[in-house]
Ligand binder design. Structure first.
Ligand code: PSU
Ligand code: MN
Length: 301
């Protein structure tokens, strides 16, 4: 039987030498997260900022039935074109059935990071508690996965169209520390302030590294969420984005779509409703998260 985990040479060497590594999920770089060619540009910019900060980028994905940590340049196009969205619970089937290409969500990525020994991960926005979840039960496994694996996730808050207050409550229930990066507010993806507070503010990679090491010393296995607001210059107008969100959610609801298919459709509808302005904002926040994740990875190494 072949190994379920494939770590590329660059990431293996960095692991062996305890050099900083920043993992990236692949769903945001696929057509389900961003339209082409913005998806490739986003991957390029995030990788570049990680390298510029002195860390090794490690894109995660499923390729030929293996969980890959560090997608090589020659395989990148396959991942960017991936159409199977793989959350943690999809990993057993994807690996056992030899799935050719799968893109990983936050939950799959933190699971794979923990298996590989990678401690820091940058994304755009995490999944969370969906609006109306009291009826649908739609709560992303991202939250539980972050509570299970000792990985720092850097995100610009949660996906904009979620129930953010309930998402924070659920993170509390699950025991995931949420810290704001230079802010005491939980960001709302395209805008810097959701109106909700976070319990603590951090302003250096060393502080976050200290938290992860302290948790490990207690035998606490969970991760940490670092909430990093979109840069001020790239922020969208809250009123405009909220109107676009409402329209996008109504569209998707009218089509009767539920479950994992919701996010890709809502993101596409938001891009349309903002005349494409949501896309550069998404790229800017992803790059900013990669920069902060790199600072944390450097502090940990
Ligand atoms: N946020 C975005 N774009 C995305 C996602 C989140 O702005 O593409 C993806 C992430 O990969 C996240 C996943 O882990 O959506 C959560 O999906 P679900 O709600 O089906 O658990
Ligand atoms: Mn879901």
């Amino acid at each position: 039987m072949h190994s379920s985990l494939r770590i590329n040479d660059e990431v293996s060497t960095a692991l062996a030498e305890s050099r900083p590594i920043v993992a990236m999920e692949s769903t945001i770089y696929s057509g389900m997260g961003l339209p082409s060619p913005a998806n490739a540009e986003c991957h390029e910019r995030c990788s570049a900022v990680i390298r510029a900060g002195g860390a090794v980028p490690a894109l995660t994905a499923i390729l030929d039935g293996q969980a890959v940590v560090g997608v090589d340049a020659g395989e990148l196009d396959r991942v960017l074109a991936g159409e199977a969205k793989i959350a943690a619970r999809d990993l057993p089937l994807a690996l056992a059935s030899g799935l050719d290409v799968g893109v990983t969500t936050v939950s799959a990525t933190v699971t794979i990071c923990a298996a590989a020994g990678v401690e820091v991960f940058a994304t755009g926005g995490i999944g969370g508690v969906h609006r109306g979840s009291e009826l649908t039960g739609d709560v992303s496994h991202d939250l539980l996965a972050m509570s299970r694996h000792p990985v720092v996730t850097v995100s610009a808050g949660a996906k904009a169209f979620l129930d953010l207050a309930r998402t924070l409550e659920e993170l509390e229930t699950l025991g995931v520390p949420v810290v704001g990066w230079n802010t005491d507010r939980f960001p709302a993806f395209y805008v810097r302030d959701s109106g909700l507070p976070v319990a603590a503010t951090v302003s250096s990679g060393r502080e976050v590294a200290g938290m992860l090491r302290a948790a490990a010393a207690l035998g606490h296995r969970g991760g940490i969420l670092v909430a990093n607001p979109i840069p001020t210059a790239d922020e969208l107008d809250p009123q405009r984005i909220n109107a676009a969100l409402e329209r996008a959610l109504a569209d998707v609801a009218a089509q009767g779509i539920a479950g994992p298919g919701v996010t890709p459709l809502v993101l596409a509808a938001i891009a349309e409703a903002t005349d494409g302005d949501s896309v550069p904002a998404n790229l800017a926040l992803a790059e900013n998260n990669a920069r902060v994740a790199t600072e944390i990875a450097v502090a940990l190494s």
